[in-house]
Design a protein around this ligand. Structure first.
Ligand SMILES: [Fe+2]
Length: 289
């Protein structure tokens, strides 16, 4: 199975060349699933949402989309506080609980973005444990060897080395819940740098995978996106980066996957995580997410 993860396009501040390359890549050879993990827009304006809507219409199906903190009306505080996803609904669709099920692959989204919160920084995340639990329950009703993916905008736990934090209320509890339930992969955006790490709960084979950005708001990695190749024994995550003239491999992680089907003859199962390729990106100052 092949999954392409695109994130943090930030229409209004998109990197047009990188975005064009990513769009061409994903449309030329459609994967089994495209997941867009939020921050479609820069300030949540109707014009930006319209650009996002037109772009999403060009992507192949199946396509799941979840909002980011920028997909609320950033400067319209009353609307942001009272109806934060009104524009998202109008242009994109339901902000939570989108789903995709096919034999061998099951995915759900949960919305970790909020319009307003009882804390100063509204860009941080929060997760509903009720929705997280429902998503985990639905997805684990299928056979254990089938791929289980959750998508949301904010990394549920802080990832060492990333330039900004998700600060997700109840994020660690949700991460543990997903690990204990045997979710394979949690796809996120927000930090604008790619990563793939095992979460420290359960059997250690639930992976937090983050994508870079397709905007000009880069933070230490070129603009890019992730391609996941998921086989019985391995989750391989390739972060592709746009270097100004072409897409190149920025980094590759090969991660052991649980639940090789009994009786099958899977590829040799990895015994530990490997970083196969690691190219350094341009350094960039961290800014607001
Ligand atoms: Fe972002």
């Amino acid at each position: 199975m092949r999954v392409v993860q695109l994130s943090d396009i930030h229409f209004g501040g998109e990197d047009a060349a990188a975005l064009d390359a990513a769009t061409t890549y994903v449309t030329a050879d459609p994967p089994d699933l495209v997941m867009v993990t939020g921050d479609l827009t820069l300030n949540g304006t109707p014009r930006e949402f319209r650009s996002a809507e037109l772009w999403l219409a060009r992507l192949p199906n199946p396509l799941l989309v979840t909002p980011g903190n920028h997909d609320t009306p950033y400067w319209n505080l009353p609307l942001r506080a009272l109806q934060p996803f009104k524009r998202y609904r109008r242009f994109i669709g339901q902000p939570s609980a989108s789903r995709y099920d096919v034999a061998g692959l099951h995915a759900r989204t949960i919305n970790t973005s909020r319009g307003a919160q009882p804390r100063f920084d509204w860009s941080k995340g929060a997760v509903s444990l009720k929705l997280a639990s429902a998503a985990a329950e639905a997805i684990t009703a299928f056979p254990a060897d089938e791929i289980r993916i959750i998508g949301c905008h904010h990394p549920l736990m802080e990832i060492t080395g990333t330039p900004v934090t998700g600060g997700v209320h109840r994020g660690q509890t949700a991460a543990k819940l997903f690990c204990d339930r045997g979710i394979d992969i949690i796809l996120t955006g927000h930090v604008h740098t790619p990563f793939a790490v095992a979460l420290p709960f359960g059997d250690g084979q639930t992976y937090a995978v983050g994508a870079g950005t397709l905007s000009v708001r880069t933070r230490g990695a070129p603009p890019g996106f992730n391609v996941l190749e998921i086989s019985p024994g391995c989750v391989e995550v390739t972060a592709l980066g746009w270097i100004g003239a072409a897409l190149e491999i920025h980094r590759v992680w090969r991660l052991p996957r649980r639940s090789a089907p009994e009786g099958a003859a899977p590829e040799p199962k990895l015994s530990r995580a490997e970083v196969v390729v690691q190219n350094e990106g341009p350094s960039a100052a961290a800014g607001p997410s």
